[in-house]
Design a protein around this ligand. Structure first.
Ligand code: TPP
Ligand code: MG
Length: 332
């Protein structure tokens, strides 16, 4: 248990970076908690899979990425990845509400949020759909020669998909600037990873493809940030791909409405003792790097942002019949 882990310095992270990390994690948390409440009202169309509990993973990885040269592929549980990659929070909320002001003009919803201007190739309803896209993005970056990297997030369930294993192989064969992040939250829907993942840890699979494989505590922002720094640097410098397995817990059900009959006390325990935001706050305040009121101020600002995002989304227009044929075809 890391509950009593001593405060430790954060190498390479100045106060501004620490505040950015906290703001990103806090924004994801409040966004998701608010969606949990709003979904229960019946106003949100479609499926929603919440990322709360996993914030340190998206944040620790995406802080190393640029908007213009680095690409990211996400999953059906994609809100955290989108926020951490810099997609506009209000546009995301409007998208989830299916409004024209959304990131995809209300035509995608939760599982298809994308913003190419931020290198966010998209959330993805296809489990294992992201890694092949990232092989393409990483190959493009390699050909451009601008040091860009591609990062694929996928779950423990996604790690068993052929597409993911083929992508690990291709990334190795082509020596791609790619980073594969396996977010192992212990379940694929209701199927436990302990039962479904062959060979023990997902990170073990890296050896089969001749790339480094690392296991990281996903409640510890600093551990994720450090592991991702090394992997991204390796990719940027021509050293090829890395597989990072991040061990974490999702705080809500697989989807909103999931009765979660397959687990009992583990979430309450994780929230109480391991939570990434609590750990972060404790470490940076105990080490004197940040003051509690600086973090409180971020909490207040994030709360206002999410309130506004929900109010503006609800007030925005739905797409009309005439909108059906826009954004469908593209001219090259
Ligand atoms: C190709 C494909 N198979 C099955 C599904 C149905 N499905 C949606 S999410 C999911 C579980 C994914 O689990 P994991 O990859 O561990 O991600 P998590 O939900 O835990 O974040 C499944 C089986 C799907 N969307 N796509
Ligand atoms: Mg999972």
């Amino acid at each position: 248990m890391t509950e009593t882990a001593p405060a430790r310095p954060a190498p390479g992270l100045d106060d501004k970076a620490l505040l950015t990390a906290y703001r990103t994690m806090r924004t994801i948390r409040v966004f998701e908690e608010r969606l949990h409440e709003e979904f229960a009202t019946g106003d949100i169309p479609g499926f929603v899979h919440l990322y709360a509990g996993e914030e340190a993973s998206a944040t620790g990885v995406c802080m190393h990425l640029d908007d213009d040269r680095d690409a990211l592929s996400s999953t059906h549980r994609g809100h955290g990845h989108c926020i951490a990659k810099g997609v506009d929070v209000k546009e995301m909320m409007a998208e989830i509400y299916g409004r024209t002001s959304g990131s995809c003009h209300g035509k995608g919803g939760s599982m298809h949020i994308a913003d190419l201007s931020k290198g966010m190739l998209g959330a993805n309803g296809i489990v294992g759909g992201g890694p092949p896209l990232i092989c393409g993005a990483a190959l493009a970056a390699k050909l451009r020669g601008d040091g860009g990297v591609g990062v694929a997030f996928f779950g423990d369930g996604g790690s068993n998909q052929g597409t993911t294993l083929e992508s690990l192989n291709l990334a190795s064969v082509w020596n791609l600037p790619a980073v594969f992040i396996a977010e192992n939250n212990g379940y694929a829907e209701a199927t436990s990873a302990a039962w479904s993942v062959g060979g023990g840890d997902i990170a073990n699979r890296a050896a089969a493809f001749g790339m480094p494989g690392v296991i990281v505590d996903g409640f510890d922002f600093f551990a994720v940030h450090e592991a991702a720094a090394e992997a991204v640097e390796r990719a940027r410098n021509g050293g090829g791909p890395t597989l990072i397995e991040v061990k974490l817990t999702r705080y809500y059900g697989h989807f909103e409405g999931d009765q979660q009959t397959y687990r009992s006390t583990e979430v309450a325990e994780a929230r109480e003792t391991l939570d990434c935001l609590k750990q972060f706050r404790r470490r940076v305040t105990e080490s004197g790097q940040l003051a509690a009121d600086q973090l409180d101020q971020v909490d207040a600002e994030v709360g206002r942002l999410i309130d506004e995002a929900v109010a503006e989304a609800k007030a925005a227009p739905l797409p009309t019949r005439a909108d059906l044929e826009t954004d469908v075809h593209i001219s090259y």
